[in-house]
Design a protein around this ligand. Structure first.
Ligand SMILES: [Ca+2]
Length: 215
């Protein structure tokens, strides 16, 4: 008699603007994991869009995020930010150009966008250098920003842009991506850059890791 699977793992991987989701299962007594492609799709528009972070939701759906330069991506009714707000990639700025964060919650079978939003200011947001779900399913993102006008929330750690070439930022959005729960800069008048992502502690506080040129 064939024994039941002892483990089923859903794996999600990103390649540029693409999502690949696979299942891995292992039977009792079998030395090898068996992999199966569940689905794959592209997600992007007319400009340079990259997905950088992915979380497999407990219900099997996928939350993805990354820097997008395309306007017109699908967004939720009532999304935190329905329109692309970054500056025009054609401006150049010596590589410092364009880009908002874009977040999408994709159904477990890959056929539907459950929720989606842009997030960013009038200049460039670089990457989503870290993303997590808190204990309530809210989506926390961190990244780099050159925008002086992010929608920081009252009482946040750093409500104003620090300056220099860039700051880091962190923000928490509701599970349906329709409410901004908080947003703060993390920066100084020198340049900051996120590296190493973000992580939660046991109380849903968020650690964001990066570098700074500030002494
Ligand atoms: Ca700065």
């Amino acid at each position: 008699m064939r024994q039941v699977a002892v483990g089923l793992v859903v794996l999600a991987a990103l390649a540029g603007g693409g999502i690949v989701v696979m299942s891995a299962a292992q039977d009792v007594g079998e030395p090898e994991m068996a992999f199966e492609l569940d689905w794959a799709t592209f997600l992007g528009g007319e400009s340079r869009d990259r997905l950088r972070e992915v979380i497999v939701h407990p219900d099997g759906s996928i939350v993805v995020g990354g820097p997008f330069k395309s306007p017109g991506m699908p967004v939720s009714e009532g999304a935190v930010q329905r329109e692309y707000a970054g500056d025009d990639p054609a401006l150049g700025h010596g590589g410092i150009y364009g880009g908002d964060a874009y977040l999408a919650h994709v159904s477990a079978d890959g056929t539907e966008i459950i929720a989606a939003t842009y997030f960013g200011g009038s200049r460039q947001e670089r990457g989503v250098y870290g993303m997590l779900l808190d204990s309530g399913g809210n989506v926390v993102i961190g990244g780099a920003t050159r925008s002086p006008d992010l929608p920081t929330t009252e009482g946040s750690y750093r409500p104003a842009y620090g300056g220099g070439k860039a700051d880091m930022y962190a923000a928490k959005l509701s599970p349906d991506l329709c409410e901004l729960l908080w947003c703060t800069y993390v920066g100084t008048p020198q340049e900051e850059w996120p590296r190493g992502g973000i992580a939660p502690d046991g109380d849903d506080n968020v650690l964001i890791v990066g570098g700074t040129d500030s002494p």
